[in-house]
Design a protein around this ligand. Structure first.
Ligand code: MG
Length: 358
């Protein structure tokens, strides 16, 4: 056992009192914490938010680096877009994401949508993130007050979410907290039901993080529970560890573990290497008479297919000149998706287009 205390944190998600499904998702995996609020209905929101947090966990950096965390959120964005395109979930599904990495008193944030990060500092609550929502834009433009925005009919319309724009802009920044500050991540099911002063009061009155998130969720439900409610709370301290610290006593055991891990890593790396190589490649081929683009490489590796269909074009192979058509039928490997799309564009030029009608 190491003597250092566990980083005190808690997370809780609740369906609320009106919705039949909980489309929120959360991560409490120190040093990474996140909330995501899925959109799309008919359970697609659940697919989007859970896929986004899974991808975030795999793609997140090891240390609180806001830019790197932002890149992980963009990776999650692409995962949601690709899932919608490939028929997992639905077209139009999306999710918010507010992610934080914590190391001591340092916090890195990456954020998209209208979920929020707050810092409770000496009893006062400061919203760290800006909502990407229609009403927040109107408040910033002086067209609405904060109070009016809470009851505006379009209050749930968000202007940025994961799942639609491949060039998604992610807000990223870092914050230095003080000893005893609390970091709160939450979805709009909490902030739509409770004003900031009420959230601050509950947090100030409830030192235990588990009890505090339960109290927040209970209060939001008592206020109506109109939406799914998710809260993640992290108590910040300069001596709280963010990664497990291993003692050096049992060296023999550790050596065995190290060898086993090395063996597993070797096998894993071979697979990962093949996967990473495939992800960097692309090829253009023909399917059902039309030109299509795949990311990856044709065939299999250790029984696993390493290609993912990314584009169906409307270019019939029959419209290409015979040499190009033969090449495409056989498959044209290229260096990456960008090159694949450029190649497809060049094929469009070869299409024998019908004469324009006046
Ligand atoms: Mg919500």
């Amino acid at each position: 056992m190491n003597a250092r205390a566990r980083l005190p944190y808690a997370g809780l998600s609740d369906v609320g009192r009106v919705r039949s499904h909980n489309e929120d998702a959360l991560v409490t995996d120190p040093p990474l914490f996140a909330v995501a609020d899925g959109l799309g209905g008919h359970q697609a929101g659940e697919v989007a938010s859970s896929l986004a947090v899974e991808t975030l966990v795999h793609a997140s950096p090891r240390r609180p680096d806001a830019k790197a965390l932002g890149r992980a959120v963009r990776t999650a964005n692409r995962a949601v877009i690709e899932a919608a395109e490939s028929g997992r979930g639905r077209t139009g599904m999306g999710t918010t994401m507010t992610a934080a990495m914590v190391e001591g008193l340092r916090i890195a944030i990456a954020h998209v949508g209208d979920s929020r990060a707050y810092l409770l500092h000496r009893g006062g609550l400061r919203q760290l993130t800006e909502d990407h929502s229609m009403v927040a834009d109107m408040v910033r433009a002086g067209q609405l007050t904060e109070e009016e925005s809470r009851v505006h009919p379009n209050r749930s319309v968000i202007t940025r979410a994961l799942g639609s724009d491949p060039n998604l802009v992610v807000d990223t920044f870092e914050v230095d907290a003080e000893e005893g500050d609390r970091l709160l991540l939450c979805t709009d099911g909490l902030t739509g039901m409770l004003v900031d002063a009420e959230i601050a009061r509950i947090l100030a009155e409830t030192p235990n993080p588990d009890t505090a998130v339960q109290a927040l969720v209970s209060a939001a439900n008592a206020a109506g529970g109109h939406d799914n409610i998710t809260a993640v709370l992290v108590d910040l301290s300069s001596d709280a560890p963010t990664e497990p610290v291993r003692a050096g006593a049992k060296r023999t055991m550790l050596a065995i573990v190290a060898w086993v891990l090395a063996a597993v890593a070797f096998v894993g790396l071979a697979g990962w290497g093949a996967w990473a190589y495939a992800r960097s490649r692309a090829y253009v081929t023909a399917e059902d008479g039309y030109v299509v683009v795949y990311r990856g490489v044709p065939g299999e590796f250790a029984g696993v297919q390493l290609h993912w269909r990314t584009l169906d074009t409307t270019i019939p192979v029959s419209s290409l000149d015979p040499v190009q058509a033969t090449r495409v039928e056989r498959g044209v490997p290229v260096d990456g998706l960008v090159q694949a799309y450029e190649y497809v564009d060049s094929l469009r030029g070869d299409e024998t287009s019908p004469a324009p009608t006046p």
